[in-house]
Design a protein around this ligand. Structure first.
Ligand SMILES: Cc1cc2nc3c(=O)[nH]c(=O)nc-3n(C[C@H](O)[C@H](O)[C@H](O)COP(=O)(O)OP(=O)(O)OC[C@H]3O[C@@H](n4cnc5c(N)ncnc54)[C@H](O)[C@@H]3O)c2cc1C
Length: 502
C-alpha cells in the first residue's frame, strides 16, 4: 500500500460487517483498500486455536441472522461457507433432573413440553403462530436502511409486545411453567445488561427471532462448519476475488480530513492511505472519538457518542474437554450434545443472576448457552476430545479478573454434568475487559452498543456520518449487532448511491 495509492474507498477494520462492505464496494467496481488491526480477520466472528489441536469460535458461536441477500450476492456457499441448522435447537436440562428438547419439528417439541407442563404444549402452538405473523414486519424494520420509529410502522399490539415490553411479559403470555418460560425468555437478555423483566428486552428477544432465512426456516439457529471464522473467511474470499486489498496487522490511528472531508487515514506504521471515501467498521466511540481528530465533529454529536450505552455483561467461556459432558438429566451420548444446551430454568433465575452481578462482580449461578460443535464438526479438533463454547451472563461491566466468574460457570455446568470439571484440558474466560482488548468491542459490549429500543431503529447510528466522506458500517450502525452483514451491506449501498449522485 503506497501513500498515493489512490483508492476509491478505505475500509477500516475487517469485522464481518466491514468485510461485507468491502466486498459489495469492490463488486461495484470500486478500488477498495481495507486495514485490520489484528492479524486475523472477522472481528467477533473468528475461529482461533484455544489449545494445541483445539479450535473454537472464540466469541460468536451461532449463525441465524446472516441476511439471505448477503449470503446470495457474495456467493458465500461457493466461497466455502457451510451453514448447518441445529436440531434440536435446544436441550434444556433442569436442576431437578428433568429436561426437554426444542426440536425444529413443532409436534416433537410439543410432546417434550407436554412432559413439563401440559398446557404449555398448546402455548407452543400459539408461540409459533405468533412469530409466523410477527417476523415479516419486524424483519422489514431490520432490513430498512432508514427505519423510522417503529411506533409509526407496527400495529400497536405488536409494538407493545415486541418492542417496548419485557421479554418476561411476552413469554408469560404464552407459557405458564417457569421452566418453559425460562428457556424462551433468555433470548431477551443476550448481550444486554438488563433483567428479562426490564422494558425493551422484548425487542432483544424479537431481534433474535428474525433470522433463519439461510436455512429456509424462520427463527432457526445453526452453526458454521469450521466455526464462525469460516463465515468471515468466505466473505473475505468474496472481497479478495473482487479485488479488495486487505492489510492485516495494520490499525488506522487517525482519519485524515482535508477541506472538511474525510480523505483517508493514517496507519499504525505511519503511512497515510488516501481514498475518496472512508468506511469504518470500528465501533462508534473508536470511530468518532479516537479516530476523527478533535474538533472535526460538532459538540452535540460527540456528546451523543459519549452517551452511547456500551455495557459488557457477558463472560464467554471456551473449553477443551477430554470427554463430552455427561448430563444427569440425560446420561450418555446423544442429541443432548447436538443443539444449544440452555441453562435458564426460570425467569426468576435470570433476574437473580442479573441483580447479583449489579451488586458485585458476577452471578454465582449464571445463565448460559453451551454449544459443543466438535460433536458434529470434527474439523475443530485434531484427535480426541471436544471444544465447548459457553456464552454466559452476567458479569459486571467493570469485571477485570475473571477467575472466580469462570469458576462459577464451571460449577453450574458441573451441577448438570458432573464430569465437566475433571475433564478440562484448557479453559479461556473472556469478560468485558478481555473482549475489549482482544476484539476492540467498546466496554466489552458484544453489539457495539446495547440493542434495547432506545439504541435501535432511528436511534442507532446512521451509515452516513456528519463528517462528509466518512461512513459507519459496523454494528453500532443500524440495525445493530449479530453476524448478519446488514450494516456492512447498507453502508456500501449508501456509498454507492452517494457516488452516483456526485
Ligand atoms: C462473546 C460473543 C458472542 C456472540 N455470539 C453471537 C452469536 O452466537 N451469533 C451472532 O450472530 N452474534 C453473536 N455475537 C455478536 C456478533 O459477533 C457481533 O455483533 C458481530 O460479530 C460484530 O461484527 P462487526 O463487523 O460489526 O464488528 P466487529 O466484529 O467488532 O469488528 C470490528 C473490527 O474492526 C477492527 N478495528 C477496530 N478498530 C480498528 C482500527 N482503528 N483499525 C483497524 N481495525 C480496527 C477490530 O479489530 C475488528 O476486527 C457475539 C459477540 C460476542 C463478543
Amino acid at each position: 500500500m503506497s501513500p498515493d495509492s489512490g483508492f476509491d474507498v478505505l475500509v477500516i477494520g475487517a469485522g464481518h460487517n466491514a468485510l461485507v462492505a468491502a466486498a459489495y464496494l469492490a463488486r461495484a467496481g470500486l478500488r477498495v483498500a481495507q486495514c485490520e488491526r489484528r492479524d486475523v480477520v472477522g472481528g467477533a466472528a473468528v475461529t482461533e486455536e484455544l489449545a494445541p489441536g483445539f479450535r473454537v469460535s472464540t466469541a460468536s458461536y451461532a449463525l441465524s441472522m446472516l441476511r439471505p441477500d448477503v449470503y446470495r450476492d457474495l456467493e458465500l456457499e461457493r466461497h466455502g461457507l457451510v451453514a448447518v441448522p441445529k436440531d434440536p435447537q435446544m436441550f434444556v436440562p433442569l436442576p431437578d433432573g428433568r429436561s426437554f428438547f426444542v426440536w425444529r419439528d413443532t409436534a416433537r417439541t410439543k410432546a417434550e413440553i407436554e412432559k413439563i407442563h401440559a398446557p404449555d404444549a398448546e402455548g407452543y402452538d400459539r408461540w409459533c403462530a405468533f412469530w409466523d405473523e410477527a417476523t415479516p414486519p419486524l424483519r422489514a424494520l431490520l432490513d430498512d436502511p432508514d427505519p423510522l420509529d417503529p411506533v409509526d410502522h407496527l400495529p400497536s399490539d405488536l409494538y407493545a409486545r415486541c418492542i417496548v415490553g419485557s421479554a418476561a411479559e411476552l413469554v408469560e403470555s404464552f407459557f405458564e411453567s417457569p421452566e418453559v418460560q425460562g428457556a424462551f425468555a433468555s433470548q431477551g437478555i443476550i448481550g444486554t445488561n438488563a433483567s428479562g423483566r426490564d422494558p425493551g428486552t422484548a425487542w432483544v428477544l424479537a431481534y433474535h427471532a428474525c433470522g433463519g432465512e439461510i436455512y429456509g426456516a424462520d427463527g432457526t439457529w445453526g452453526f458454521a462448519r469450521g466455526g464462525m471464522g469460516s463465515v468471515s473467511k468466505a466473505i473475505a474470499a468474496a472481497g479478495a476475488e473482487a479485488g479488495v486489498k486487505l492489510f492485516r496487522g495494520t490499525a488506522a490511528t487517525e482519519i485524515v480530513i482535508e477541506n472538511g472531508r474525510a480523505v483517508g487515514a493514517r496507519m499504525s506504521n505511519g503511512m497515510v492511505v488516501r481514498a475518496s471515501y472512508v468506511v469504518s467498521g470500528a465501533d462508534p466511540r473508536t470511530t468518532f472519538i479516537d479516530l476523527v481528530p478533535d474538533g472535526a465533529l460538532d459538540v452535540a454529536f460527540i456528546e451523543r457518542v459519549r452517551a452511547w450505552k456500551t455495557e459488557g455483561c457477558v463472560l464467554k467461556v471456551n473449553m477443551a474437554l477430554r470427554e463430552l459432558p455427561d448430563f444427569i438429566a440425560r446420561p450418555g451420548r446423544g442429541p443432548q450434545h447436538h443443539g444449544t444446551v440452555e441453562i435458564s430454568p426460570s425467569i426468576d433465575y435470570l433476574d437473580t443472576a442479573y441483580r447479583e452481578a449489579q451488586e458485585g462482580t458476577h452471578s454465582s449461578k449464571p445463565y448460559m448457552e453451551v454449544f459443543i460443535q466438535s460433536v458434529l464438526d470434527r474439523s475443530l479438533v485434531d484427535g480426541e476430545g471436544h471444544v465447548v463454547s459457553a456464552f454466559t451472563q452476567y458479569v459486571s461491566p467493570d469485571l477485570v479478573e475473571t477467575d472466580e466468574a469462570l469458576d462459577a460457570v464451571i460449577d453450574v455446568l458441573s451441577s448438570y454434568a458432573p464430569n465437566v470439571r475433571d475433564n478440562i484440558i484448557a479453559a479461556q474466560a473472556l469478560g468485558p475487559h478481555q473482549l475489549q482488548g482482544r476484539f476492540g468491542l467498546p466496554g466489552g459490549d458484544i453489539f457495539h452498543g446495547s440493542l434495547l429500543p432506545e439504541q435501535s431503529f432511528d436511534k442507532r447510528f446512521d451509515y452516513r456520518t456528519p463528517l462528509p466522506g466518512l461512513y459507519l458500517c459496523g454494528s453500532g450502525a443500524r440495525p445493530g449487532g449479530c453476524v448478519m452483514g446488514a450494516a456492512g451491506r447498507n453502508a456500501a449501498h449508501a456509498v454507492i448511491d452517494d457516488l452516483g449522485h456526485r
